[in-house]
Design a binder for this molecule. Sequence first.
Ligand code: HPA
Length: 271
Amino acid sequence: MTQVEEAAAFLKTRLPLLPKIAMVLGSGLGVFADALEEAMAVPYAEIPHWPQSTAVGHAGKLIVGRLGELNLICLSGRAHLYEGYSPQQAAFAVRVMGKLGVRSLVLTNAAGGINLAYGQGALVLISDHINLQGMNPLAGPNDDSLGPRFPDMSDAYCEQYRRAAKQVAAELHIPMAEGVYAALLGPNYETPAEIRYLRAIGADLVGMSTVPEVLAANHMGIKVLAVSCVTNMAAGILAQKISHEEVLETGVRVRDTLVRFLRAVLPRLEA
Ligand code: HPA
């Protein structure tokens, strides 16, 4: 058995049910999982081979529960490349979800806003990405049980899911733009020159996560919906420095709106 299969086999013995939808909660969004009914949590530390998350604001547990009619797995805490994890470790959780039968993946993250039409606190649907992390979880020998050697990425952020998300946002009167997410390794925030470069190549958002998970999900045929919270305008746009505190504060400020959106959109995502 591979490490992914061992983790999945362990979770099958521990989980009361196996949902078809999983969600990864970014910094400060752990509260979403508190609203689940009949929830049961498994700390990451108990799952074989599971990378432990070290970032502040990331709790490090898997929660299974019910949101109304819908069964759901929430991953509170993710492994980032900047923590020193390999891309395979950053994608590990998603691969385990796939082995458990998950067909839909919802990702949330904090991002810097490059597009000047965005403001601090904006919620943006990711429509596509540019991988500038210099790493890829699909590199190395291909595990044919996961997916093909050369997977297509032309609908990496499922168009059908984005349509549903825009519809839900409109119904709830939540403004939601769409944009291209550039992923960098981090952990430093970008320089102003890097932000000008990212804008020139077509990026609207910049962040340090999500892309390894999206690549692994698409490899396995799992459909993806991803939402960024613009916690700050990217470097050089405003006459102020970027701080992790600001990123966390904005995340908390927008949290209730994002939770409202997620609760409404999750039941509308068909596998
Ligand atoms: N850059 C990269 N990642 C981020 C940012 C940023 O400005 N804000 C939140 N995550």
